[in-house]
Design a protein. Structure first.
Length: 239
């Protein structure tokens, strides 16, 4: 298990202004904390006394059942806020998948800032609405979609920008096991599905951590249930 981020931040309670939009200019000298891959930013059950801003890198959110089974509940990357909705104690564990840069905002100061700045409050509302949408998409994915539909949906979710347009390629910083635990599949099934998508000409895999999209229209049909997972033929009556 990786080092715990809280121990690295002991005594560092500096609060710096948040930009209303991710990527906007920030004052010079805003303190950041660099963490290594494998660092636990917070653990399920920890006191939820901070809000974290992910400046760069990717974090994995997960919960572990009593018998040791793990469910990955999401991945958080640059520009996102983490821990806003938590109160009392942390609801999951957040661990750095890659080296990451974070800003830690003490919760009391963060909440005062929300009261004082409507722009920040609007950003928080937008993020919470997006979190709700992601949770609804995840319920559909876990409950109804086949393995190939799950993998196609996951890849497109990483490729989509704020306007709904797709990138031509993406990086996959998370492992196949992380993806499996997020999609409710086995690692072997995820690997076989990637191979099938590649062999059928929908994606290219230049290396294990990179995906190039060769047929986004067909991949989107798969993700939405409009194509057969074996022959990619559209199924009538499904949209």
């Amino acid at each position: 298990m990786g080092a715990h981020f809280a121990s690295q931040l002991s005594g560092n309670d500096g609060f710096s202004p948040l930009a209303v939009r991710p990527g906007a200019a920030r004052p010079a000298g805003t303190p950041v904390q660099r963490v290594a891959a494998g660092t636990i930013v917070f653990a399920e059950g920890d006191v939820a006394d901070s809000v974290f801003e992910v400046v760069s890198g990717t974090l994995r959110l997960h919960k572990v059942m009593v018998d040791g089974r793990r469910q990955v509940t999401g991945f958080v990357s640059g520009g996102r806020l983490l821990g806003v909705a938590q109160s009392g104690e942390c609801l999951c564990t957040a661990e750095a998948v890659t080296p990451a840069v974070l800003r830690r905002h003490p919760r009391a100061a963060f909440e005062r800032r929300i009261d004082a700045e409507p722009g920040l409050a609007r950003r928080i509302l937008a993020e919470m609405c997006n979190d709700l949408r992601r949770a609804q998409d995840q319920m559909l994915l876990l409950g109804r979609k086949s393995a190939v539909e799950k993998v196609a949906s996951f890849l497109l979710s990483l490729a989509a920008d704020e306007d709904g347009d797709y990138a031509d390629s993406i990086d996959l910083p998370m492992s196949r096991t992380d993806i499996a635990d997020y999609l409710g599949l086995t690692t072997e099934t995820v690997s076989r599905t990637f191979t099938k998508l590649r062999n059928d000409g929908l994606i290219a895999l230049p290396c294990p951590v990179s995906v190039e999209f060769l047929d986004l229209d067909q991949l989107e049909d798969l993700a939405t249930g409009g194509a057969d997972g074996d022959g990619w033929a559209r199924r009538p009556g499904i949209c």
